[in-house]
Design a binder for this molecule. Sequence first.
Ligand code: ATP
Length: 835
Amino acid sequence: MSSPAKKRKRDDPGTSSQRTRSIASFFQGQASRQAEKTPEAPSEQTLSDEALARKLQAEWNQEDAASAAQTDGTSSTGPIATPLETGDNDREPTKVQRKGILSLQSSTGTEDTVSLAVPFDQNPTTFDIAKYVGELKGHWVAEGGDASYALLTRAFVLANATTSRIRIVDTLVNFLRVLIEGDPSSVLPAVWLATNSISPPYDESELGLGGSSISKALKKVYGLNSQGLKSLYDKHGDAGDVAFEAKKRQSFTLIKPKPLRIKGVYQSLKKIAMSKGSGSQEAKQRIVEKLLQDARGAEESRYIVRTLVQNLRIGAVKTTLLIALARAFLYSKPEGAEFSVHPQRDMARLKKEELAGIYSNAEEIVKASYARHPNYGDLVPCLLEVGVTEELLVRCGLQLHIPLRPMLGSITRDLSDMLTKLQGRDFSCEYKYDGQRAQVHCDVEGKVSVFSRHLENMTEKYPDVVSLVPEIRGEGVSSFILEGEVVAVDQETGELQTFQILTNRAKKNVDIGAIRVSVCLFAFDLMYLNGLPLLDRSLRERRELLRSLFVEIPNRFTWVKSLDATSADSEVVLDFFKSATDAKCEGIMVKVLDNVSRSDLEPNGTPAVDTTDTPEQPPRTGEKSESKNAKGSRRKALLSTYEPDKRLESWLKVKKDYSTSSETLDLIPVAGWHGQGRKAKWWSPILLAARNPETGSLEAVTKCMSGFTDKFYQANKDKYAEGTPNVISRPSYVEYYGEPDVWFEPQEVWEMAFADITLSPTYTAAIGLVSDERGLSLRFPRFLKVREDKSIDEATTSDYLAYLWRKQSERTKLDGDRPAETQLGWQEELSVEVG
Ligand code: ATP
């Protein structure tokens, strides 16, 4: 399994048709089968609890016997203990000599009341860590030693119960502290579970759970029939909530001598991911059932299922967890660790700003480490050993064959906006090619890895790029990490081809002899050379090394086309921009070349320290503004350095003007209405939503019926045909008050143009961010294209929408133009009709 982002991502253009399942599709089978439902033998629902328990026990015994016979090649002669009997979630069934092991108990009263009472959401400066660690350790010993899954569930429940990010962070901080001090070996599995992943993004592990596994398990374990399951799903719209309800209704359960442990659950997920080949679906199914059987209480069931469907919805995004880790290791360390921590009572005495300063320094270090080395499997053990120290960046920093998170560009309105922003700077304008970003790693042995923008391993996809390495690696280059854009290129003419052509390439096992889409790698950065990270060098220096040490091969490997300029060169820059768009590029990327502006040079020519406070935008696709720097952090003085995972103003994107507003949004189609007139056979308009990463919801932004071709409409109708898994019941996670005719399973991202962003009484996107009563919507929304390279987790966030609205308001004020707070009403309807 990977993070939800990884699971749903279609970073690879070649896999655009491969849709991953969403929560709703787990229940789809039931929906369609209802119609043809025949009278059944007494349904599980009609059995008494005891009869049901006996029936289940008999079935499990039978299955275990069959599976044991399959494994060891013998037929079973004696009873087989299910994990229920052995109390072990992870062990394979073993033969036992006992009989009559079935017993029942009320499902109430089985919950872990000790864990349920821990007030993780307190401020870490007042949280009584010693008391809770003492109590919990005693409790865990009685139950087998390791931290219980109930404790993690407790943290999830508290995080889910609030929209306050401070509280979510506090909850995670205190939870992590309890583990660091009480059971350090559970910290890593807890971090994987809290991030809804089991491996780093460049590792291929996927849960690969079939759509029916979870619904089957829910039916079996909680004694539901198909109709019961479907009506629960129709009511709740979230698989975890269905599990919660089902578990609550279950009045009796088989005795579970050993409760779920954090480690055990994580290991179960690993086992699910590792089950391959024939019989693997059954094996996975059994693990899912065991997890559900062993869940104590409805909340544990809810979070087990949310984990399995990879939609945890606790409002803790990646950055939140990194922040929580950083803060937790400021207060706590495992027994015997040698690094120093801050005594809680000292922290409690600090002024608010002082505490914020300490937190922010620690967070910078942990985030920087993760951006260079995005693997919790390495980060957490290092933290347990050295705490939050500069040593962390050395131990867990840039490493060959581990992709760093790429630096990102900020958007600009147009060329003049860009020129204003970079006044006084020397910058490089580069063609913004329309291909796939690639990070190429090569070690001294000549081993090559290629990673995508989203850190997926693409080495098998681009054997032709791999084969270029010995030729492009100039003399004196032993190891390197470089970055560029892979673009489909006509090998005869050198002409750039569209991104669409690149999508024809398969994702894996590409045979170098059978390649039909030839590509060229246009290199634009060098981050590591001969064992040394270059991130802190200026772009001018990195570029110089790249261009002088590597060797061009016509139409296969070259540098991005570029022009060095300053704000005074507007005409030349405009010509360059035009030449880029003429060459089928998306526009230009503009990058600051040096760490200081020329005006910052002291009279004697020595550079003064640049303390420019570079405002970071809320990321377009990712986390909240928590990535914003504390004032005076060391990073700000280094504008042209390579900043992994940062979206700074030292890289600016200037794209072709699509519409009145040069901004575009990446929205998720979530619902549709039956079209009228000529469009009666299609869905039109279509409802689009932005993401709220805090709540996990999708917030409706606009209806759109403009920019679609008839062919597109038809394809859309075929895709979201009623009766297919792509059309779902009203999902609880979409925020919209209206009643569309159909709800789409959220699965794709559309790039949308628009004229303005407006305050709206109808739409809920970004509500509370710019107005308490009104959300944000778009005037004259127009469909541009499907973003094949984006997953729904990378769609525009409501936060970003609010940011654009504020920017637009500022602009309007400056221009003395029409008020930006245009209210929606008839205008919105008009914009819907213009299509
Ligand atoms: P993000 O900035 O998050 O990647 P996005 O997916 O919307 O956002 P774009 O706005 O299309 O991406 O622009 C950024 C992408 O442009 C880069 O990730 C990279 O793949 C591509 N690109 C093309 N040419 C260049 C270049 N010269 N320098 C940097 N990136 C380039």
